[in-house]
Design a protein around this ligand. Structure first.
Ligand code: SF4
Length: 444
């Protein structure tokens, strides 16, 4: 989501004459778009700010000004404290206020005074951002459709940094996807902290579900692939699950966090679902789309997690058989309920549990990748690989695939015979005699 937010911020600032630079040391405006999910997020930002400040001082000695802005969830969580600890910072802007960034930049540069915008404004930021420009862009693009969360899992900062659940209007999203399609996007990933809770207003005046929105986006001719992330098990309704079987443009990949394998820990996490609920959902998803690649998030060492609880996590992961997973050691986020819980798990135990679960997931991921060797997969070619003459793309299951081929094929979907799997990617050859899936230009 931060990648998407950064793109929208850059587009909003283009109207003021700003353009992206590859040389951060020479930037007139430096924006650190921060994430609060990882451990010690704020400390990492302050250490990065130390480096940026040195540059600002050098440029000042050379007679040039530099504005420094901190955006994103660390900005939201720390607010004006950032300027107190790092006075070189000119602007602090939370994720719900970046539609005001251009005005804040203008004000900071004319007044020389620090600007802070970390409230949750009543207006819809998406309605106040400029329309996305018509320029050649990415083959695969992100579009935020939902933000914030009302679930309040006890370990998570999202409800505090991104605010309450909010869904964008369906018509606005369709317009944005049509514009991305017109500039070359073939794949769209819909984003939301709780994306499947989407309930944006539809053009018919009624709230649309995520399934309804996906069905509408699938009608855009040159969009060939749709994905969405991240989902909550409670919001996986039957209509959305059925879409995996009914809508060929919806890719067979689902990221569905389960976090912990024991009901006792799930309750302490306030996840609002049980292990049985989770397994019921994935059984239905697999019935709708048997080849689906399932991915998940797992936290080990949540306060009070016993060996038995952890064994239950391992057992669930073994039963679910994931194609990939993001695994984390629990670490306290200031201000969240779990941070104050007793019975914190010792660091060494957390490390051992993380190693065990990572080894299991690694085995599962490799097995999933090996099973695709010998298959012919549609690969969306997204860009050049590291080696000359090599192209890089993604399979329907979101696996990275490398093939030999000319750059002119970037943006096309090629049928690729998968020859081998290595730890991080697949290698294949473009099928001989294959006819390219030409993009159909959208009528925009
Ligand atoms: S559902 Fe996800 S975003 Fe919402 S509080 Fe829980 S972990 Fe955080």
């Amino acid at each position: 989501m931060n990648q998407y937010d950064s793109e929208r911020m850059a587009e909003a600032l283009a109207a003021q004459g700003y353009a992206l630079t590859a040389d951060a040391a020479e930037a007139d405006l430096v924006i650190l778009n921060t994430c609060h999910i990882r451990e010690k997020a704020a400390e990492k930002v302050y250490s990065e700010l130390g480096r940026v400040r040195l540059n600002k001082e050098r440029r000042r000695r050379e007679g040039r000004d530099t504005l420094i802005a901190v955006a994103g969830c660390v900005a939201q969580a720390e607010g004006a404290e950032i300027m107190a600890r790092a006075p070189a910072v000119d602007i602090v802007v939370g994720p719900q206020s970046y539609h005001r960034l251009a005005a804040l930049v203008a004000k900071a540069s004319t007044t020389g005074k620090g600007q802070v915008a970390t409230e949750f404004p009543a207006e819809d930021k998406f309605a106040h951002l400029p329309a996305r420009p018509q320029r050649k862009g990415q083959v695969s693009a992100f579009v935020t459709v939902q933000e914030g969360c009302d679930k309040f899992c006890t370990f998570c900062v999202v409800p505090y940094t991104r605010g309450a659940e909010f869904s964008r209007d369906a018509a606005e999203i369709v317009g944005e996807v049509e514009r991305l399609a017109a500039r070359g996007a073939r794949e769209i990933t819909l984003l939301g902290q709780n994306v499947n809770a989407y309930h944006g207003g539809g053009p018919d005046g009624r709230p649309w579900t995520l399934a309804r929105l996906l069905r509408r986006l699938a009608q855009i001719p040159s969009i060939d692939r749709l994905r969405y992330t991240t989902s909550h098990p409670l919001d996986m309704d039957d209509e959305l699950i059925a879409l995996f079987g009914d809508e060929p443009k919806l890719m067979p990949y689902l990221h569905l966090p389960f976090q912990a394998g024991s009901d006792r820990i799930l309750k302490a996490m306030n996840r609002k679902h049980s292990i049985a609920d989770y397994e019921k959902v994935i059984a239905k998803v697999r019935a709708a789309r048997p080849d689906i690649a399932l991915s998940t998030d797992i936290i080990v060492g949540f306060p009070g997690e016993t060996d038995r609880d952890f064994e239950a996590t391992m057992a669930l992961a073994a039963r679910a058989n994931f194609a990939q997973a993001f695994t984390f050691k629990y670490s306290a986020r200031p201000g969240t309920p779990a941070a104050g819980l007793e019975r914190q798990v010792p660091e060494q135990v957390k490390r051992e549990r993380l190693y065990a679960v990572q080894s299991l997931i690694d085995e599962q991921r490799r097995a999933f990748d090996r099973a695709t060797v010998g298959q012919c997969l549609d690969v969306l070619l997204e860009g050049s690989g590291r080696k000359p003459g090599q192209l890089y793309g993604r399979s329907p299951y979101l696996q990275a695939v490398h093939v030999e081929g000319p750059e002119g094929l970037i943006g096309r979907i090629a049928a690729v015979d998968i020859l081998a799997s290595s730890p991080n990617s697949l290698t294949g050859v473009i099928k001989s005699g294959f006819e390219w899936h030409e993009p159909v230009q959208a009528a925009v």
